[in-house]
Structures are given as C-alpha cells and as structure tokens.
Design a protein around this ligand. Structure first.
Ligand SMILES: NC(=O)C1=CN([C@@H]2O[C@H](COP(=O)(O)OP(=O)(O)OC[C@H]3O[C@@H](n4cnc5c(N)ncnc54)[C@H](O)[C@@H]3O)[C@@H](O)[C@H]2O)[C@H](O)CC1
Ligand SMILES: [K+]
Length: 506
C-alpha cells in the first residue's frame, strides 16, 4: 500500500469528488459516517459521556458529522468547537448548520483558555481538531486544551490523525494529542510508523472512504507499506526438479571468542530459510561450537583462534554475510577489506561489519553494488552521523543509499528498507523480537534469500517481512517474553507457510 503526502491526499479528495459526481460535503458525510459506525459498533449504545472537540476546518467537519449521528442515536454528547479563528471551511459550516438543525443543540465555542471544559477519566474524547491540514505549530490556549486532553486519562479517539501531528514531518512542539486509537482515512500516514511519532497514534485502523481507485493506482509514491499481500507476490516457489545448487551457496563470516552464538544463529536462520549450502568462516575456537550446533553447515576456520584476521582463499560463494559477532579488531578490519575486494556480487553487512565501515569510511567505496546493510539505530548513527529527527534520518539514509548504491535496512518496530529514494515500511513483528540475536537471525534470512537469487531489494523486503511474521507466529504461542532469536531461526519455515494462509496471526 502506498503512503501519500498531505498534498496527494487532498488531490485524491478533489479527483474523487469530480469523478464520482459528488459534493465535498457528501464525501465528508461518507467519511464521518464510517467513523460513527465504528464507534457505534463498539459502544453499542453505552451511555459513556462523549466529548467531541472539533476544529474549524474539514477535520472539524468530520467531527460534526460524527457528533450528529451520535446524538441521533441517543448518545450523551458534548460538542465543542475549537474556535481559534473565524476562517471556517465551507464544509465545516454546512455541518455546523446541519448539526444545529437536526439536534436542536448548539455546540459550545471555545475561544480562550477559560472555555476549556473539565475532562474526566471516564469520558470518551473524540479529537477532530486538526487532520492533514496542520501546517504550523499549535500555539496559545490550544496547547492547554491538548494538555488537558492528554492529562485527563480519558480514552481518546483521533479522527484521521492525532491533532498536532503532521502526516510527514516532525513537529517541534509537544502540543500533540496522545490518542489511544486513530481512525484514519484511506491511507495511513508516514508519521504512524516513525519512532519519533508512532506513540501518539495508538492503535490505528484505516477506513476505506472509496477514494477514486484509478487515482490511487496511478499516484506516484516512493513510500510503501509491506503487509502479507505485498510480501506474498515476492515469493518464488521451489521447483520440483531442483537440487541444492539451485538454492545458493552462502558464506557467513563472523564470530569471535565469546560471541560465536551470533554466527550460529545467522547460519541456522539461513538454513531454515531454504539455503542450499552454507559455509561459516569463523575464528578457530568456534569450530566445535558450529559443527555441533549446526551439522548441516560446513566450517572454514581462520588461523586466529579468537577473531577473524583473514579470508578464505580459493572459496567461491554466491553471497556473503559479514559481521555478526565479529568485533572490530585491526585484524578483522583487514579481513573485511579482503572480503570487499573479492566479493563482486551483492553481499550483506551487519553488526560489527557496519561498525568497521563507520570507523574506516574508505572501505565504503568497496561495497559491491546493491549490497545490503542492516543497522540498528546505534549502528546507523555511527554510519550516517547524527540526525535531528526521523525525517532527516530517512533523508540521510536515502543519500547514503544513492551514493554507495546500497540498500539499507533500518531495524526497529517498523523496520524500513531504503533503496535509493524508495522506502518500504514493514508491518510484521512484535515487541518480543526486541531480544538478543534477533538481528543476527534477520541477516541469515536475508542472506539466504540473496543466495537464492532474489533481487537484493526483494530479498531485503521479503526477508524483513518473513522474519517479523515468524516472530508473530511464535509470540502467539509463547508470548512476547518467551520469544528468543533461536526460536525465530528454527521456525522460519512456519513463516513461509503462513504467507499463504488466510488467518491473521497474533
Ligand atoms: N482525506 C480525505 O479523503 C478526506 C479528508 N477529510 C478531512 O479533512 C481533513 C483535512 O481538512 P483541512 O480543512 O484541509 O485541514 P484541517 O482540518 O486539518 O485544518 C484546518 C485548517 O487549520 C489551519 N491550521 C493549520 N495548522 C494550524 C495551526 N497550527 N494553528 C492554527 N490553524 C492551523 C489551516 O488553515 C487548515 O486548513 C482531513 O484530515 C480529514 O479529516 C474529509 O472530510 C473527508 C475526505
Ligand atoms: K484529529
């Protein structure tokens, strides 16, 4: 699914109105009615005190539609108009009149701090102050209103987006509604997925308000959400008439004394993702550990007992994963440099491999085109330098991706795959996966797919989705706390199966 900018969403409204031959007020009625139905389905007439705060633009107009339907269905509703200016939108005004006519009730106008009502913990607050039209910082008494909403402890439902949040930039103010639930129209917004802003959104649901299908299909976006539907079409079935040579000969290089488990996790995950042949290149002291822990794999040892110092001569692999548990010793820098010089096809670099790249920037020029880097936020910061917010982080990552012709997998709650100007936002996974070794497993999954000749961006997007899906399958049985990286590595097969099953996991 595409993520659209505020301008593209507004254009979608305009085209829909034109092509469907409806008025903008009718589109607002459609949108507001869908929100009302969601609320009515859940409340089922329960007499919870509802307080709706409506701005004076179209988000406020949506709020008035919801308010009218709630009143008509017998709910206890107090409607407040957050009257920060008299420049009201036409559809707000139409719905303001309609509300008064049908309910014989008058919304209360808030024009200053004194007009802000008390909000109790037991209230149900609907936030319809600002939507995608927010274009500057919220100031003055409106900040107090937002503060009161946030401090009330009431359940807060945001319409389209929490007020104060921009769809695709980061607010420098803390006057942002903290929603428990957000009902958004047609397409989710970028800020729903960024670490800086996602907590304001709470749980969210996207409502289909039937924006023109042709427009949605044709509109150009460089940011995409990846769910099961998108991941499924990337999968390449295995052929009945095939042999292990068809599924990649991969080399996993890394490990050091005390950190041999990381490469074991990587290689185990690769084998369970379908790799044909897997060889590990490790310091000598890891030999027994790997041969015992993963009998399917072959091992080549470095002459150094505790760290990597060299690279395997006369060994050819389809792809290489370098870094898990490797450390950043001088000898290991030399090892990575040799790998980079030798490897001509895309490879994956993770963990200490990335730290070495950050400390020895000259090595970045040796990265084979379309290689995949898989940093967590700390490693990313060392690679790109500091950023002021998540939007700048994405900009820097795109620049790096273009400059070095590589793919960056920014790991996090919503892992983002950056391929030049494109961003793919992953939707699978859960907080149980924030656990040691989870990244080593992801490296194994993606390297395995690279070895199986998936295009590098596809290997990254599909690998990240399957890894998260596997975590979701395990968490459904074991809970978040019980999930370990080893379980993900061992159970990758269940993610492939689930890709083609219909039921929702977790
Ligand atoms: N997207 C859809 O398909 C539909 C969207 N609808 C709803 O419309 C809003 C967007 O409405 P809009 O009138 O463009 O903007 P807002 O209501 O978000 O804001 C109103 C207005 O306020 C001014 N403004 C912006 N920032 C500030 C500020 N910090 N302080 C004071 N004033 C500010 C600015 O002039 C804005 O225009 C969308 O989110 C949906 O909820 C439709 O109803 C259905 C279709
Ligand atoms: K809102």
């Amino acid at each position: 699914m595409k993520i659209l900018t505020a301008a593209q969403i507004a254009e979608g409204d305009r085209i829909t109105i034109e092509r469907q031959g409806i008025t903008s007020e009718e589109l607002m009625e459609r949108a507001g009615t869908l929100i009302f139905k969601q609320i009515h389905n859940r409340l089922q007439g329960a007499q919870i005190p509802v307080k709706i705060f409506c701005g004076i633009g179209n988000n406020g107009g949506d709020g008035l539609v919801v308010a009218r339907h709630l009143v008509q269905h017998g709910y206890t509703v107090e409607v407040y108009v957050v009257n920060y200016t008299d420049k009201r939108s036409d559809d707000f005004l139409n719905n303001y009149e309609k509300f008064k006519e049908t309910t014989k009730d008058w919304p209360q106008l808030i024009k200053e701090e004194d007009g802000i009502p008390e909000i109790d913990q037991g209230d149900f607050v609907i936030d319809a102050i600002f939507g995608i039209g927010l274009n500057r910082k919220i100031k003055g008494w409106m900040c107090k209103l937002i503060e009161r909403i946030n401090k009330s402890g009431a359940f807060v439902l945001a319409i389209d987006m929490p007020s104060g949040l921009f769809p695709d930039k980061i607010s420098q103010s803390d006057a942002i509604v903290h929603a428990d639930y957000t009902l958004s129209f047609q397409n989710p917004k970028l800020s729903f997925f960024l670490p800086d802003t996602m907590d304001y959104v709470g749980e969210f649901q996207v409502l289909d308000i039937a924006i023109d299908r042709q427009y949605l299909a044709e509109v150009k976006s460089e940011t995409f959400l990846v769910g099961k539907e998108q991941a499924k079409i990337l999968y390449k079935p295995r052929k009945p008439n095939s042999h292990k040579g068809d599924y990649g000969n991969i080399l996993v290089a890394g490990g050091s004394y005390g950190k041999m488990g990381s490469v074991l996790l990587t290689a185990t995950a690769a084998m369970h993702t379908g790799t044909g042949l897997c060889t590990l290149y490790i310091p000598e002291s890891g030999y027994t550990i790997i041969q015992t822990g993963l009998p399917e794999a072959m091992v080549i040892t470095d002459k150094n007992a505790k760290i990597l110092s060299d690279f395997p001569k006369n060994f050819k692999a389809d792809t290489v994963c370098f870094g898990p548990g490797a450390g950043t010793a001088e000898e290991t820098v030399h090892s990575l440099e040799n790998f980079l010089k030798k490897q001509k096809t895309p490879m994956l670099i993770d963990a200490d491999g990335l730290n070495i790249l950050s400390q020895h920037k000259g090595l970045q020029d040796l990265l084979p085109e379309n290689s995949i880097l898989t940093p967590h936020p700390g490693e990313l910061k060392r690679l790109l330098g500091k950023w002021k917010d998540d939007i700048e982080k994405l900009k820097l990552a795109k620049e790096f991706s273009k400059k070095y012709k590589v793919i960056i997998v920014i790991k996090g709650t919503h892992t983002m795959i950056i391929n030049r100007d494109e961003i793919y936002i992953n939707t699978s996974g859960n907080p149980g996966m924030a656990t040691a070794g989870s990244g080593d497993v992801l490296s194994g999954v993606i390297t395995s797919l690279l070895g199986q000749k998936y295009d590098p961006p596809v290997a990254a997007v599909l690998g990240v989705y399957l890894h998260g899906l596997c975590g979701d399958i395990i968490a459904a049985d074991e809970g978040f706390e019980g999930l370990t990286a080893g379980m993900i590595a061992q159970n990758m097969g269940s993610a492939f199966k689930a890709l083609f099953e219909n039921q929702e996991i977790a």
